[in-house]
Design a protein around this ligand. Structure first.
Ligand SMILES: O=C(O)/C=C/C(=O)CC(=O)CC(=O)O
Ligand SMILES: [Ca+2]
Ligand SMILES: [Mg+2]
Length: 393
């Protein structure tokens, strides 16, 4: 038996308890919970088959009451002595994609980001489209290319056409970018023909990850009219390995900014689902921006309500991206196209001038939120490195 030591300033104290899927050399992926610098093997701790599985989906499908009961039991057990064989050092594990992603939808919920991108993509129009303050705008992404932090990202190829070019050419993206976002994971879905209200959010949403929606701006700018992003984003989306339970974020809940005009009734709720999460983006080891999630105009509860408002089904493993998190300040912008204003204003990264991503560049996005009694909750990080494009032939 062993008692777990947790450093006093750990971002993974007993108020966090995020779930992930891990393996050690020669063992199969299975569910664990992070406590300080340890990973606790839940199949061994609790002796239940639902945790001896390569994704969280079976556990997530069991519902909110069960999530609360397991969280309470883990809290009780890790506060005392537990079997030493159930504990692994975080440095000794490989983390895997924690969920089997069902549908992936990405939103556009930051007013600052949407305004900046409107100016950059559509300089001759109003930056915000007339629908933007009436509904959370989103597009359907590609679930099969959602990958876990640490996965290398091969530079995508595609059609690009600069405004001055007469015709498009095919080749590696030269405007490869990031989008710093949060991702919301659905535990319990809803059948086709029904809808989820904003105040039912916590019955359905299991937890939260950090998400990097890698974006090829040159491919995107040419392809997106009129149906929205496709190959400019579908090549890769990275998520952090630890899913922070919604229940760990009670102290982070805040109001969204004032929504004017008042949203239609199906998008209104009594519960606060703004979240005071602070993100930080490192480019080749240097912090370049700190996007504040607390400024997001649309809440994740409104996104889920909107997605099901037409009777579309929701499923265990659905993933909702918040959209790029950007604040009003230059050093709060969550995409490099905004940070460098379309490449016109390079930033200095580790002594070099940068606009978009170069081969070999590495980006890590981390996040923290307030926990109970002045503590902080960590989300860990989502990291990825750019490999050169592979050309056919
Ligand atoms: O305004 C546009 O045409 C495109 C915007 C995006 O690329 C945004 C997107 O992927 C959603 C987001 O992350 O906010
Ligand atoms: Ca995005
Ligand atoms: Mg993507």
């Amino acid at each position: 038996m062993t008692a777990l030591s947790i450093p006093g300033d750990s971002l993974f104290g007993i108020d966090n308890l995020p779930y992930g899927v891990f393996s050690t050399a020669g063992t199969d992926p299975r569910v664990g919970v992070r406590v300080g610098d340890h990973v606790v093997d839940l199949a061994k701790l609790l002796g239940e088959d639902v945790f001896a599985q390569p994704t969280l989906n079976s556990f997530m499908a069991q519902g909110r009451r069960r999530w609360a009961a397991v969280r309470a039991r883990i809290t009780e057990l890790v506060g005392g002595e537990i079997a030493a064989e159930a504990v692994v050092a975080v440095d000794d594990v490989t983390m895997h994609l924690p969920i089997a992603v069902a549908d992936y939808v990405d939103f556009y919920a930051s007013e600052n980001h949407a305004t900046n991108l409107g100016r950059l993509f559509r300089p001759d129009s109003e930056p915000l489209m007339p629908n933007w303050k009436y509904l959370p705008v989103g597009y359907h992404g590609r679930s099969s290319t959602v990958v876990v932090s640490g996965t290398d990202i091969v530079r995508p190829r595609g059609q690009r056409k600069a405004p001055a070019d007469a015709a498009p050419t095919f080749g590696p993206s030269v405007r490869l970018d990031i989008e710093a976002e949060l991702g919301f994971v659905v535990g319990v879905g809803s059948p086709m023909g029904s809808s989820i209200t904003p105040d039912e959010f916590a019955e359905h949403c299991f937890g939260v990850v950090i998400l990097n929606d890698w974006s090829a701006r040159d491919i995107q700018a040419w392809e997106y009219v009129p149906l929205g992003p496709n190959l400019g984003k579908s090549f890769a989306t990275s998520i952090s390995p630890w899913v922070v339970p919604l229940a760990a974020l009670e102290a982070a809940r805040i109001d969204t900014p004032v929504q004017d005009p008042t949203p239609l009734a199906y998008l209104r709720g009594e519960e606060k689902w703004g979240l005071d999460v602070e993100l930080e983006v490192e480019w080749n080891g240097q912090v370049v921006t700190r996007p504040p999630y607390g400024r997001m105009y649309w809440s994740p509860a409104q996104m889920l309500a909107h997605t099901t408002a037409n009777g579309a089904a929701a499923s265990t493993g659905d993933l909702f991206g918040s959209g790029t998190v950007s604040g009003p300040e230059q050093n709060q912008r969550g995409a490099f196209i905004e940070l460098t204003w379309g490449g016109a204003e390079p930033v200095t990264v580790a002594g070099e001038r940068r606009t978009f991503l170069e081969d070999g560049d590495e980006v890590a996005i981390s996040a923290t939120a307030p926990g109970p009694n002045g503590t902080r909750i960590g989300f860990g990080e989502v990291r990825g490195r750019i490999l050169p494009a592979v050309m056919p032939g």
